[in-house]
Design a protein. Structure first.
Length: 257
């Protein structure tokens, strides 16, 4: 599929990030500002997801990973967690046709076995339906913990060393990367965090080693096409050095105004 028309439309250069990850923050604050229940913010945030997924596919990105539900989120009030699970169920049911239409393949990272059985079934169904799509890879991080993912990778490697499948001296960075839940994805080029918070919240701890960060004060339910395009334009201004010295030094973190 030729994506050049969309690049021209948004005046973007060809060197797009292959993999964008987003910490979708600010749903609760969005609702509070409007004197609405927190779930209203989550529902509004789902509209942002639809628009950004569609746009990512139009631009020809390889992968979009959304931090949808962390392991820490289980600590929230039971009612809010229950409503979030129902909202996830509704999203999967309502959006699968849109994903198919836009050639988007759905996947997940995280301990999805912690999710309610009905949610697991909905995920399985949506993943199967979109499995032959060849465009954008949409990855939902659900019951996800960067530390837990790294810990599990270490366990797998230790087991292989113990059984003699690999030698301890042969363990390299690539060995670890191949055991992570993101092993089939390109490295994250751009991390976007909404709501202005300056932390990564246990998200993709290994994968963000050389990512560019774009932090915007915009709350997630208000995050739309202009904000996403601004983040990509910001990315395209960076000259990434990956620890080298031959590129122009640029700011690692940019604030969107």
């Amino acid at each position: 599929m030729d994506h050049s028309g969309w690049l021209k439309r948004y005046r973007l250069k060809p060197h797009l990030p292959r993999h964008v990850a987003i910490i979708m923050d600010g749903n609760g604050r969005w609702a509070k500002k409007r004197h609405l229940p927190r779930i209203a913010g989550h529902r509004a945030g789902a509209l942002s997801i639809r628009e950004i997924v569609r746009l990512s596919g139009q631009l020809g990105l390889t992968a979009l990973t959304l931090y949808a539900f962390s392991t820490e989120n289980w600590k929230r009030p039971r009612k809010e967690v229950s409503l979030l699970m129902q909202l996830l169920k509704q999203y999967l049911r309502s959006e699968v046709a849109e994903l198919l239409q836009n050639n988007v393949r759905l996947g997940t990272i995280g301990n999805t076995g912690d999710l309610p059985r009905e949610i697991q079934e909905e995920l399985k169904n949506a993943i199967q339906i979109t499995s032959r799509c060849t465009g954008l890879n949409l990855i939902l991080a659900l019951s996800y913990s960067g530390r837990a993912d790294l810990t599990e990778a270490v366990r797998k490697i230790a087991k292989k060393v113990k059984s003699g499948k690999i030698k301890l001296a042969s363990v390299r960075e690539e060995t670890i990367a191949k055991e992570l839940s993101t092993k089939n994805l390109p490295e994250v080029d751009l991390l976007i965090r909404t709501s202005g918070e300056m932390r990564i919240s246990n998200f993709l701890l290994w994968e963000l080693a050389y990512s560019e960060f774009h932090v915007t004060k915009t709350l997630w339910p208000d995050f739309r096409t202009p904000h996403f395009i601004a983040a990509i334009r910001d990315f395209q201004k960076r000259q990434r050095r990956f620890g080298g010295v031959e590129s122009v030094v640029g700011s690692v973190i940019s604030w969107a105004r």
